[in-house]
Every structure is written in C-alpha cells, then in structure tokens.
Ligand binder design. Structure first.
Ligand SMILES: NC(=O)c1ccc[n+]([C@@H]2O[C@H](COP(=O)([O-])OP(=O)(O)OC[C@H]3O[C@@H](n4cnc5c(N)ncnc54)[C@H](OP(=O)(O)O)[C@@H]3O)[C@@H](O)[C@H]2O)c1
Length: 280
C-alpha cells in the first residue's frame, strides 16, 4: 500500500492501514482539496459518513489524486434513520451514488440506537450488500459488546471493525479487551480528543519532549501500540503529514502506562453513551 504505514488484517481477510484519515467537517471544494492532499501525502484509509454530508466531497477528492482506487480504503456509515432492511439497502446505494463509487471498502452502522432496536435488520442489509459486491468489509461504530453478541447470535456474522470514541482521557480498556478476544479491530474516533485537552496535558507534553515528537504523534503512537486504528482529521497538509509519521519510534512501557492512567470514567467528550444515546 504505502511505504510508511503498516497494514493490519481484519477478521474477514481485508487489509487496511494502521492509521487512517477522518473527514468530519471537511466538505465542499476546500474539503475535497484537504482530503486529496491527505491521500497525496500517503493516507489510504478515508473515513466518512452519510450523515457528514461529505460522501460527494470524498468522491471529488478521489478524482483529484493519481492514487488508484484499488490502493484506497474508503469508509462510509449508515445513519440511524435507515435501520430497517429496505431503507438500509437504499441508503447504501445512495452513499455509493453520492461518492460516485462502485463499492465501499468499509461500511459501518453509525450508532446502534438500542432503544429503536433495529440494528440487527440494518446488519442483515450490510451482510447482503457485501454479498452483492457493494461493500468489501462490514463493521459498526459505537457498539457495546452486548450489541455485537446479538449480531453474532442472530446473523452468525461479527463486525470486522468497531469504531468507538477512544483517546487518552477515555481509553476503553474493557471494550478493547472484548474486541481483541473476539477478533474485532478497534478503530478510534476523535483520537486526538478533538485537539482540546491533549495539547495542554503536562504528562503528554513531557513524553513528547522525551522522544522529540509532537503531542499529536505521541497520542497517535499510543493508539497504534494498543492495536487501535486512529483516524485523525486535519485540514492542514503539514499536520496530515505529521499525523502519519509515527512509525519510527516506540513508547516504552512506563510511558504507555502513564498515558493509560490519564483515562477517566467520565472521559467521554460529550457524554455520548451508546447504551442510551441515539443518533438518526
Ligand atoms: N463513528 C462516530 O460516531 C464518529 C464520531 C466522531 C468522529 N468520527 C470520525 O473520527 C474522525 C476524527 O475525529 P474528530 O474529527 O472528531 O477529532 P480528532 O481527529 O481527534 O481531532 C481533530 C482536530 O484536531 C486538530 N488536529 C489534527 N491534527 C493535529 C495536529 N497534528 N496538531 C494539532 N491539532 C491537530 C484538527 O485541526 P486542523 O483540521 O486544523 O488540523 C481538528 O481540530 C472524524 O473526522 C470522523 O471521521 C466518527
């Protein structure tokens, strides 16, 4: 894929880069330029969603780069309002039309919406869309272990990926352990905690100084050493490059532990608990 970014293998055999690129709030001409830049700098795993209203922007970015479609791993996500089987199938088709793509490499259910309780139907649609060649690998976001256990019990298929809020202030130790035991790859959303607290945290700043790396590189390396695929978003070409340059050093055990200890039970940024929060 690229020389710089190692790959990992998902439970269905698909390979993806160990770090990706988030696109939330990147849209329009400027957004397409930023995404094309990220690809030109070496990012190959691109994360978008139906609800970001930027699948078209991602499609436009792909037309601006010389990187071939086969080298890229493009992700989108199914919104909560389309969880019934028929609506889910149409939404997947619409996602493809918006991006002008024949297939997505990854398609994820955006939120389980357990009160609505239709995520198993949505999952069946993703399973079938994969059979029809519209999606190469299927996964979820924000699913708790109980939600994934139900998917497996009722359809026999576990997600390849679960994309969850994960950063030093909410490190999801239990959830990551469950993923590891069940062969589900962890993907970290808001891996830099949206650039708020991480950049002023003394522990992370000290570790950054010790390794002569930036705060962002230390945090993203911490994700990588936990086996989690981080998808940092940046509109800046300089920061995009910085964020993927994390494969030439290793955090030692003491520094990993110091970073692990920053977690807090209430560390979620906006209190989005998938057991009760629903997004449509
Ligand atoms: N599945 C879900 O429910 C879900 C939820 C939220 C997000 N996501 C996905 O996860 C992606 C990443 O999360 P996010 O966008 O919320 O937050 P994030 O990646 O943690 O942080 C993005 C912020 O960090 C800044 N930044 C990036 N690199 C930096 C660097 N090297 N130094 C200083 N600042 C830096 C960016 O500013 P600049 O752009 O100015 O560089 C931006 O303000 C999203 O874009 C989206 O694709 C998924």
């Amino acid at each position: 894929m690229t020389n710089q970014i190692p790959e990992i293998k998902l439970n269905d055999g698909m390979r993806i880069p160990a770090i990706g690129f988030g696109t939330y709030k990147l849209w329009g001409n400027e957004g397409a330029g930023a995404i094309a830049n990220a690809i030109d700098h070496g990012h190959r795993l691109i994360d978008s969603a139906y609800n970001y209203e930027n699948e078209g922007t991602v499609g436009a970015a792909l037309k601006r780069t010389a990187v071939s479609r086969e080298e890229l791993r493009i992700t989108s996500k199914l919104p909560g309002r389309y969880h019934t089987y028929d609506k889910a199938v149409k939404a997947i088709q619409e996602s493809l039309y918006r991006a002008d793509l024949d297939y997505y490499d990854l398609y994820l259910i955006h939120w389980p919406n357990p009160i609505q309780d239709q995520y198993v139907e949505a999952w069946q649609a993703l399973i079938d869309a994969k059979k029809w060649g519209l999606i190469r690998s299927i996964g979820v976001c924000n699913f708790l272990p109980e939600h994934m256990e139900r998917l497996e019990k009722e359809t026999g298929v576990l997600p390849s990926i679960n994309q969850v809020e994960l950063h030093p202030f909410f490190n999801q130790e239990e959830q990551r352990k469950w993923h590891e035991e069940h062969g589900v790859t962890t993907e970290s959303w808001s891996p830099l905690a949206r650039a708020n607290e991480v950049f002023t945290n003394d522990t992370i700043k000290e570790i950054a100084a010790k390794y002569s790396k930036t705060v962002s590189q230390i945090v993203l390396r911490w994700h990588y050493q936990h086996g989690a695929v981080a998808i940092p978003k940046s509109a800046s070409p300089k920061r995009q490059l910085e964020n993927m340059s994390i494969f030439d050093f290793t955090l030692d055990d003491a520094d990993m532990t110091a970073m692990n200890n920053l977690t807090r039970p209430d560390g979620r940024m906006n209190d989005l608990d998938p057991a009760v929060y629903e997004e449509f």
